[in-house]
Design a protein around this ligand. Structure first.
Ligand code: SAM
Length: 282
């Protein structure tokens, strides 16, 4: 059967290179090239961009990114079995695909990428959240990327875009929404993948803000939100004990009722609290 790029269908590629999915590598492959092209398009214009892809696997999303016109794709794959299949894709798009075999948690690809850079990936579930947190907390802001377009388990995607007073609201939402505009652009049922995972998935688009939405010291903000959400159902006057001797006055001065719970407090108020704590040097 003909494909959009003249390369073999992904089922044939998987058969040719014997790419039996390994659960410990989070391998749930997308085999529908129309779908991978759609995910690539959901990231916005690619023509003028370099793309970092983590976990290309047999190359379905990689082919979507290249067919949609990405200037260059740097793809980091841990599973050595996938490399020959990816080299076939590189040969079909001369000079536009660099394949690196290794662990994305250990490899720094920034020197290979020219701005503007988009990160686009169907992430392995076991390392997805860790990579997201790393991309959101670089040594300095703005980061090397302009947008992240990432597939997660739907529940993780909901934690990224959650609003106060909802079930999934917590530290991940605060961190993501402090530094990016984050929204879910696509949800996919288990059957979209081979093998099918147990849960639904969703693609989240995070577009960086040049400066964080409200001023705050990252370390102080992270410390306060960790403490507050560690006991998310407790009142802040109790969960934040130890933050300041006059905690209730401090909270009130930031517009936060001491009897409120972490899940009721928005990003702006947490940032105000982080500034007040930082100003006191505590
Ligand atoms: N992009 C492909 C697709 O959409 O069909 C595969 C996605 S699959 C969910 C995740 C991929 O990430 C697998 O190919 C797996 O081998 C790879 N992977 C897992 N852990 C990794 C790591 N630490 N660094 C790089 N790749 C990893």
């Amino acid at each position: 059967m003909a494909t959009i790029d003249g390369l073999p269908p992904l089922r044939d590629v998987i058969r040719q290179y014997d790419l039996v999915a390994k659960r410990q590598l989070g391998q749930n492959f997308l085999l529908d090239l129309n779908l991978t092209a759609r995910i690539a398009r959901s990231a916005g214009k690619l023509a003028e961009c370099d793309v970092l892809e983590v976990g290309p696997g047999p190359g379905g999303l990689t082919r979507g990114l290249l067919a949609e016109g990405a200037r260059r794709v740097v793809a980091v794959e841990k599973d050595a079995r996938c490399i020959p299949a990816l080299q076939d894709v590189a040969a079909a798009y001369p000079g536009r695909l660099t394949v690196i075999q290794g662990d994305a948690l250990e490899i720094d690809t920034r020197a290979l990428l020219s701005p503007p850079v988009r990160v686009i990936a169907n992430l392995p579930y076991n390392v997805g959240t860790e990579l997201l947190i790393r991309w959101l907390t670089p040594a300095s802001w703005p980061p090397f990327w302009t947008s992240l377009t990432l597939m997660f388990q739907k529940e993780v995607a909901e934690r990224i875009v959650a609003r106060p007073r909802t079930e999934h609201y917590g530290r991940l939402a605060l961190l993501a929404q402090w530094r990016t505009d984050a929204r879910i652009v696509l949800t996919l049922p288990p059957e979209a993948f081979t093998p099918a995972p147990k849960v639904h998935s969703a693609v989240v688009q995070l577009t960086r803000l040049d400066t964080p939405r409200y001023p705050a010291d990252e370390k102080v903000l992270m410390r306060i939100t960790a403490q507050a959400f560690n006991q998310r159902r407790k009142m802040l006057r109790s969960s934040l004990k130890g933050l300041a001797p006059d905690l209730e006055d401090l909270l009130t001065s930031c517009g936060i009722p001491p009897t409120a719970r972490a899940e009721e407090i928005g990003l702006e108020a947490f940032c105000a609290l982080a500034r007040a704590v930082k100003a006191r040097g505590t």
